[in-house]
Every structure is written in structure tokens, then in C-alpha cells.
Design a protein around this ligand. Structure first.
Ligand code: FAD
Ligand code: SF4
Length: 323
């Protein structure tokens, strides 16, 4: 059985107290929310904080007022978001792991989820047997040995939806507060996958108001019951009557960040969603989708699936619009 290392556990009651505790504890400390990612990672010695600061007792982070969602809202609560406009978020949250984990896991933890790779998501002993890898304790990338960077994949289900919607994230840190578009919160780097500083807290997510847009999320995974995405497709469309006025297609599980494919969105603009425009968008998404050999399934098959899943997502959007 894998055991947690010993650590100090702190429970602040306010944002300012959490920031003070983080500053006092220094770089050997981390924030935790539901712990469904951090604690398994600590058991495998991926992350080794000496102090863990829980965010769950901070009322501001548990707010859910419709268009502003606190980051300690659980995935179960997100799954039950009521409005039609929230349905892509609710779908993505509902597709994360299992009911038990969704009762514990939070929006913030999902949006800050560590990147994943077959050579990394292993026990300490397994990783030691291959002399580790660049992401933790080693020097080489086993997926691309001559590469200077890590290619571990973004495996969050909710993050691609937030990027597609153009949601905004509010962060609070020792330097004050800032608001960043979801798309600028992520880096295409398996190690430095967030632009967030370690001492910043992701406080809440501001969702766009309903304004003639719609969005859906489709997920490919091995086991239908529960599994990380090996491909996620978030599709957002701004309708202008029967025509698409603007569109965003964002892929999860194929790069170290939720990858927007601007050409796929552009292929849809200015016309209704027809079989032809959907096929053009699916083709545009297929080309730059470059899954690496670091997660489940054959990578060329996963690439092929990009076409299929983009087509399915856009077909669903069309059906919802025309009824
Ligand atoms: C068996 C299993 C299956 C899973 N399947 C999926 C899946 O299919 N899809 C998926 O997306 N995820 C999956 N997960 C991962 C995880 O359960 C979810 O992503 C969950 O939402 C993480 O939330 P959490 O609150 O538990 O995060 P935590 O473990 O508490 O935190 C994760 C990371 O985020 C940081 N963090 C959390 N909240 C904040 C905040 N407010 N501000 C700053 N930093 C913060 C923590 O420091 C940590 O680095 C799975 C996990 C397991 C164990
Ligand atoms: S992509 Fe390479 S460096 Fe990154 S976790 Fe996998 S093997 Fe390690």
C-alpha cells in the first residue's frame, strides 16, 4: 500500500489567512482543495510538500451565484448546475472520475490538475527503475528523449470548456488580485503547465452571460464508467440567427494545455452548421492535433478520433439550435 508522507496540515478560514500561511511555510508548501489529485500524487512522491494548506474552509471559495463560481465548489455541485447555458460545464464535471471523487474534487483542483504521462503517473519505485524522468527527479523525457521539454498532457475535463467559453479566472496572491482569461492560465509545457504562481489562489471563475451562445463537451476515454480523457472536445458557438457568428474549438488530452484550434472555429464562421462546414472544422482540428505516445490508446487512432469527436460535438450543437 502506498502511504502518505507526514506533513503539517493547516486550515485557514479566510483568503488573507491562507496567503499568510503560504508565505510563512515557504516553497515547501502547497494548497489543497478536495485532495483527489494532490494526495495520490504525494503518495507517489510526485509532489512532496511539508505543509499542506486546505482551502475548503474559506467561505468565499464556496460561492455559487450563477455566473461566478467559487473554486471550492465540488464537481458534484457543478454537475447539477441548472441552466441550459451551463450544460457543457455540467457535462464535463459529470464525466470526471466517479461519484465519490466528484463529491470531494473541486472546480479549482480540476482547473489546476497536474499534467499526466504513462512514465510519470507511476509509483516512486516504478519511476526509480527507469531512472525517473524530467518532470520529477530525472533528466530525460522518455516520450521524446531528445526533447528539452516535457510533453505530459493536460487531462482536465472542465478546463477545455472554460477556455472555449472564454471564462475568466480571478486569482489572489501576495501581490494582489488579477483576472486572466482561461486561455492564458495554461502553458504548453508539461512541467510549467500553469501561468499561476505557486503562492496564488484561484478564487473563482466568471462565466459569460447568455448572449446567443451555446457549448458542448465530448470526451474519449477507455472505460465509460470512469477514466481520464485521452481526448476532450469543447465546442462553443455564438449564433447570429441561423448562422455561426463566432466559434471556438478546444481540445483536451492532446497537448500540455487545453489547445484551441482557431482554424476549426474559423471554418464555421458566417454560415449555418452544415455537414460541409462541420467536416471542414473537423479536418482543421485533425491537422494540428498531435497526441504523443504518453497516454492510453494508440496515438494515431487518437488523432483520427479528433475528426470524429469534433464532428459529434458540432452535430449536437446543430441539433440543439434547430431542434
Ligand atoms: C481515480 C481518479 C480518476 C480521475 N479521473 C479524472 C477525470 O476523468 N477527469 C479529470 O478531469 N480529473 C480526474 N481526476 C482528477 C481529480 O479527481 C479531479 O481533477 C478533481 O477535480 C481535482 O480536484 P481536487 O479539489 O481534488 O484537487 P486537489 O487534489 O485538491 O488539487 C489539485 C491541484 O490543484 C491545486 N489547487 C486546487 N485548488 C486550488 C485553488 N483554488 N487555487 C490554487 N491551487 C489550487 C492544488 O495545489 C493541487 O496542485 C481523477 C482522479 C482520480 C484519483
Ligand atoms: S512527457 Fe517526458 S518528461 Fe514529461 S512526464 Fe512524460 S516522460 Fe516525463
Amino acid at each position: 500500500m502506498l502511504r502518505l508522507p507526514s506533513f503539517t496540515y493547516l486550515q485557514p478560514k479566510s483568503l488573507s489567512e491562507a496567503l499568510r500561511m503560504k508565505s510563512d511555510a515557504g516553497p515547501d508548501s502547497m494548497f489543497v482543495a478536495g485532495g483527489t489529485d494532490l494526495y495520490p500524487n504525494m503518495k507517489r512522491r510526485h509532489q512532496e510538500p511539508k505543509t499542506v494548506i486546505s482551502l475548503m474552509g474559506i467561505p468565499e471559495l464556496r460561492r455559487l451565484d450563477g455566473w461566478t463560481v467559487g473554486t471550492c465548489v465540488t464537481l458534484t455541485s457543478l454537475s447539477n448546475l441548472p441552466t441550459f447555458q451551463h450544460s457543457a460545464i455540467a457535462t464535463a464535471a459529470r464525466l470526471v472520475s466517479t461519484p465519490l471523487l466528484r463529491n470531494m474534487g473541486t472546480l479549482g483542483g480540476n482547473l489546476c490538475l497536474d499534467t499526466r504521462c504513462n512514465y510519470y503517473n507511476q509509483s516512486y519505485e516504478w519511476r526509480k527503475s527507469i531512472d525517473f524522468c524530467m518532470k520529477k527527479d530525472g533528466h530525460i523525457c522518455w516520450v521524446a528523449p531528445s526533447s528539452p521539454r516535457c510533453w505530459a498532457v493536460s487531462s482536465s475535463d472542465v478546463a477545455p470548456v472554460m477556455v472555449a467559453l472564454g471564462a475568466e479566472y480571478r486569482l489572489v496572491g501576495p501581490q494582489g488580485e488579477r483576472v486572466v482569461p482561461a486561455g492564458r492560465f495554461y502553458n504548453n509545457d508539461g512541467i510549467n503547465y500553469l501561468t499561476k504562481q505557486p503562492d496564488e489562489i484561484l478564487v473563482d471563475v466568471r462565466l459569460p452571460r447568455p448572449n446567443g451562445w451555446d457549448a458542448v463537451y465530448h470526451k474519449l476515454r477507455r472505460r465509460g464508467s470512469f477514466d481520464f480523457p485521452v481526448l476532450g472536445v469543447a465546442a462553443w458557438v455564438q449564433w447570429g440567427g441561423k448562422n455561426v457568428a463566432d466559434a471556438h474549438i478546444v481540445l483536451g488530452g492532446v497537448a500540455s494545455y487545453p489547445q484551441e484550434i482557431p482554424d476549426a472555429g474559423a471554418a464555421l464562421n458566417g454560415s449555418p452548421l452544415t455537414d460541409e462546414s462541420i467536416a471542414a472544422a473537423a479536418e482543421a482540428a485533425y491537422r494540428p492535433s498531435k497526441p504523443m505516445d504518453n497516454t492510453d490508446f494508440d496515438l494515431s487512432w487518437r488523432k483520427q478520433m479528433t475528426r470524429v469527436y469534433v464532428t459529434r460535438a458540432l452535430t449536437e450543437l446543430r441539433k440543439r439550435h434547430v431542434g
